[in-house]
Design a protein around this ligand. Structure first.
Ligand code: NAD
Ligand code: TYD
Length: 336
């Protein structure tokens, strides 16, 4: 199989490529990535010379780039996106271009190239927010109710994927996954930012009351879920992925502090995110029952592995916390 992985230089995409080459050694992977601030070829440097791996620099919103890249491809897996909610609040425009226009351009090229399977990687954020007091979870039946520019553009992309299935018979699947964590996550998201700030002796910024809940999944478990959807998933279907790890942000931070032997004086409560979704929680019954997926890593074990990785790879993340990142940090955390 020849697989086009878009966004393969990002956090989940690069972990997925490592996973795939380890588990499907006869397949060819073409990594197609624009290399935005979040794309980093260092994530893949140990497979750079692997004969089953090729990198192509390109933009999913460019019809010329994607038409060229689609030649000889059997399967497309679309990870490419602008992904950070806070950045989408500061500037929504690139989210519309990549997540909406880019997905449409990619779908169009895939339909024309008669791709055998187009898998779209999406998020639980398209479903909106759950009440803190309720025991409700998101599932494939939940109505879409996106509340941030990021979530709105991912919701639009999911609708476009379904439209290409219904209208042009493009063989698609979609997965909506909960929050991921693990190696190679850009140090702007809650867990990667908290670990790297603490390793630098800086405080962890906690939005609002810290009682917002996210459902965490180790990135390798996300890769194995997508693998099963590709092999056994029903064309036209959506699969929700998550592991019942719905935990308040402040509890996640306290666990990180405990592992790093730091005190709670390293917590800094900061101004809340506008429109902050109170709680996400995923019901992954369908993928577990129909495809036999289960997560391999429990949360505490995976958090320890992740912290160890950031401790052992300081060069990797220190480079990313550069002047440009400082400008973003200033705008996001200091000026507000
Ligand atoms: P990321 O921000 O780490 O990486 C995104 C990658 O896409 C980068 O390599 C970037 O260079 C590339 N990219 C951006 N715009 C592009 C364009 N126009 N053309 C080609 N490449 C482009 O993101 P991530 O956390 O790895 O997320 C990957 C996918 O998984 C996204 O679609 C995201 O919505 C989804 N997702 C993420 C999470 C999470 O917790 N991180 C959870 C569920 C779903
Ligand atoms: P994040 O990692 O940005 O993922 P998402 O918003 O896509 O779920 O944020 C996870 C949670 O952590 C969310 O409730 C916002 C909160 N958060 C903080 O409290 N402080 C921070 O500095 C960041 C980045 C996030």
């Amino acid at each position: 199989m020849r697989i086009l992985v878009t966004g393969g230089a990002g956090f989940i995409g690069s972990n997925f490529i490592h996973y795939w080459l380890q588990n499907h050694s006869s397949d060819q992977i073409v990594n197609f990535d624009k290399l935005t601030y979040a794309g980093n070829l260092e994530n893949l440097k140990n497979i750079r010379n692997n004969e089953n791996y090729t990198f192509v620099k390109g933009d999913i919103a460019s019809s010329k780039d994607v038409t060229q890249a689609m030649k000889g491809i059997d399967i497309v897996i679309n990870f490419a996106a602008e992904t950070h909610v806070d950045r989408s609040i500061l500037d929504p425009a690139p989210f519309v271009i990549t997540n909406v226009v880019g997905t449409q351009v990619l779908l169009d090229a895939a339909a024309k190239a008669k791709i055998k399977h187009f898998h779209h990687v999406s998020t639980d954020e398209v479903f909106g927010a759950l009440d803190l007091a309720s025991r409700q979870k998101f599932s494939e039946e939940t109505n879409y109710n996106p509340r941030s520019p990021y979530a709105a553009t991912k919701a639009a992309s999911d609708h476009l994927v379904r439209a290409y299935f219904a209208t042009y018979n493009l063989p698609v699947t979609i997965s909506n996954c909960s929050n991921n964590f693990g190696p190679y996550q850009f140090p702007e998201k809650l867990i990667s930012l908290s670990i790297t700030n603490l390793l630098e002796g800086k405080k962890v910024p906690v939005y609002g009351d810290g009682l917002y809940v996210r459902d965490w999944l180790y990135v390798e478990d996300h890769a194995s879920a997508i693998d099963l959807v590709l092999q056994k998933g029903k064309i036209g279907e959506t699969y929700c992925i998550g592991q019942d790890n719905d935990i308040a942000n402040i509890e996640v931070i306290k666990k990180i502090l405990a592992i790093l032997a730091k005190g709670e004086s390293m917590i800094e409560y900061v101004k809340d995110r506008p429109g902050h979704d109170r709680r996400y929680a995923m019901d992954a019954t369908r993928i577990k029952k129909e495809l036999g997926w289960h997560a391999k890593y429990d949360f505490d074990m995976a958090l320890e592995l992740t912290i160890k990785w950031y401790q052992q790879n300081t060069k990797w993340w220190k480079k990313l916390k550069d002047r440009k990142f400082e400008e973003y940090y200033e705008e996001q955390y200091v000026k507000r």
